[in-house]
Design a protein around this ligand. Structure first.
Ligand SMILES: [Zn+2]
Ligand SMILES: [Zn+2]
Length: 154
């Protein structure tokens, strides 16, 4: 808690009970929740909390390096309390994101042409596919599922 207080202070972020609650809640989650998922849970104990407050707080946490934003592909932002090196495997159907560690991925080689134009500071591998739950549903009617997903977005 002291570390959190110091980090907030050095970044001129107010140490409010709501902010602490947002962090504590995220810290115990392994599923890389979205703002909405956290908001719905927080609302039970903090009835006056707004979606916007939760979202802005999460973004400022990410800005000071307390949490990470999961590298997305146009979907809603997902948040990761684990800022140590690890990789993700993501389900394209249900959005499940699972952490994993792999030594050979950690040591992945940066191509020399990239090193010429970029100073690479972190290397993360994202594997995509279908989780066991979705694999069964998606395979026979993959096109249909894709179409349904698009309909939901509208
Ligand atoms: Zn899935
Ligand atoms: Zn993660």
């Amino acid at each position: 808690m002291d570390r959190l207080k110091k980090l907030f202070k050095s970044n001129k972020l107010k140490f409010t009970p709501q902010r602490i609650a947002i962090y504590q809640l995220l810290k115990n989650r392994k599923d890389h929740p979205s703002t909405d998922a956290l908001y719905r849970q927080l609302k039970k104990s903090y009835s006056s909390i707004s979606f916007d407050t939760v979202h802005r707080t999460l973004l400022s946490f990410a800005q000071i390096g307390l949490i990470h934003v999961v590298e997305g592909n146009g979907d809603v932002k997902r948040f990761d309390p684990d800022t140590t090196d690890h990789h993700h495997v993501r389900c394209l159907q249900c959005g499940t994101i699972v952490d994993f560690h792999n030594k050979s991925y950690d040591g992945i080689h940066v191509p020399p042409e990239i090193n010429k134009i970029f100073h690479v500071t972190s290397k993360k591998v994202v594997l995509e596919g279908y989780c066991n739950q979705c694999k069964r549903i998606v395979k026979p009617e993959k096109e249909h599922a894709k179409w349904k997903k698009r309909e939901n977005v509208r």
